[in-house]
Design a protein around this ligand. Structure first.
Ligand code: UD1
Ligand code: UDP
Length: 362
């Protein structure tokens, strides 16, 4: 029976690419099912073109909606797909609605589930992702963890240790595998970037859904732009609210459409600092050594603080901290001068080896 990968949202594509490639090398029969949770070319198709992911065998075209609407549509579409394909294993990625919907449908059809990036916890139940992560891990037969803390959380929640495999981080496989494509000089010329600039990306509901919060963040980002040019590829979720708040109105603030993976990571690589609330970007900046200010009260990725450049901040701290970074002071948080363990570019290989050795059968 074939292995079916479920992807639907931007970060899924980046994580799935190395796993699909490693299974391909081993001659495993596999399909990629795109749920259609993200559908704009710049949120979806561009990643398939850039990352060598095979074109999805099917796109369920689920699209946007409330949590209940979207999750319900995902489940109905995925159930039909799983019944017709009867996969031997379903692989789900990360913590988006497509992830939990696929795990729930597969579990009820008695199809084994493997979760890539299992065990991350923010302990913040107001985040939809935290709900998705917890449920997905409980439903998964195999949990692939990216960090030792994640292994600890799964043990604490009673997940049997023989279901848990610490394999490293496939998102970092993609980063390291594409390093020679991140040409900062070429991008600088093409986008006419100044030598020194800060990158911003925000899309979490807690930051972009409430117009009052968006107005406050806009004011802070303008204070940052008083000191340094700021480039923001804007996620579609916050586009309207930030436009209404006049984010683009500062002369040193440049708003862009979402970028493809290669241009985005190149932009980050060439930047003085990043202001973000993205999960993946906290990890990528850790490996690139770019100071990362995360506008969140918590993170499910603590190794990016202990081993990396990440720092959790509130908006009032932004202007001062960016000033300190520009003065060469960094974010001042890393306690271990090393990359997180196993973030070495071989996570996809480890996952494929474990699956090929038959961990897929209960
Ligand atoms: C989703 C994930 C989030 C992840 C993020 C990555 C959930 C609950 N959330 O958030 O964990 O960090 O993806 O980017 O799964 N939209 C478009 N075009 C698109 C996709 C979305 O315009 O191609 C707009 C729509 O207005 C939509 C909104 O963005 O309503 C939100 O999309 P949705 O997939 O529901 O959640 P994200 O905020 O993208
Ligand atoms: N990313 C991208 N273009 C952008 C912003 C982000 O290609 O304009 C990439 C980023 O490098 C990372 C992934 O998208 O690989 C992270 O996705 P996102 O921030 O949407 O989701 P999260 O990681 O927060 O779930």
């Amino acid at each position: 029976a074939e292995v079916v990968h479920i992807v639907g949202a931007r970060p899924n594509f980046v994580k799935a690419a190395p796993v699909v490639a490693a299974l391909e090398k081993r001659g495993v029969r596999q399909s990629v099912v795109h749920t259609g949770q993200h559908y704009d070319d710049r949120m979806s198709a561009i990643f398939f073109r850039e990352l060598g992911l095979p074109r999805p065998d099917v796109d369920l075209g689920v699209g946007s909606g409330s949590h209940a609407e979207q999750t319900a549509a995902l489940m109905v579409g995925l159930e039909k797909e799983f019944i017709s394909r009867s996969p031997g294993l379903v692989i789900v990625y990360g913590d988006v609605n497509s992830t939990v919907a696929a795990a729930l449908v597969a579990a009820k059809l008695h199809i084994p589930v493997a979760h890539v990036e299992a065990g991350l916890r923010s302990f913040d139940w107001t985040m939809p992702e935290e709900v998705n992560r917890r449920i997905t891990d409980q439903l998964s037969d195999i949990c692939f963890a990216t960090s030792p803390d994640a292994v600890g959380h799964l043990a604490h929640e009673g997940v049997a240790t023989d279901r848990v495999h610490f394999v490293g981080n496939p998102m970092i496989d993609t980063l390291l595998g594409n390093l020679d494509r991140f040409d900062t000089a070429e991008l600088g010329r093409r986008l006419d970037l100044p030598d020194t600039y800060v990158v911003g990306t925000l899309h979490r509901p807690a930051n972009v859904d409430d117009p009052e919060i968006v107005a406050r963040l806009t004011k802070r980002l303008h204070e940052v732009a008083d000191q340094v040019d700021v480039v923001m590829p804007v996620h579609p979720r916050g586009r309207r609210a930030f436009d209404d708040a006049g984010l683009g109105g500062h002369p040193r603030m440049r708003l862009l459409e979402p970028l493809g993976y290669i241009d985005f990571v190149t932009l980050v690589r060439g930047s003085a600092a990043v202001i973000t609330d993205s999960g993946g970007v906290q990890e990528e900046t850790t490996i690139l050594g770019v100071p990362c200010l995360t506008l969140r009260p918590n993170t499910e990725r603590p190794v990016t603080i202990t081993h990396g450049t990440n720092r959790l901040v509130v908006d009032a701290e932004l202007p001062g901290l960016v000033g300190a970074i520009l003065a060469g002071q960094g974010t001042g948080t890393a306690t271990v001068a090393d990359v997180p363990p196993l973030w070495d570019g071989h996570a996809g290989e480890r996952i494929a080896t474990i699956l090929a050795n038959g961990a897929a059968t209960r």
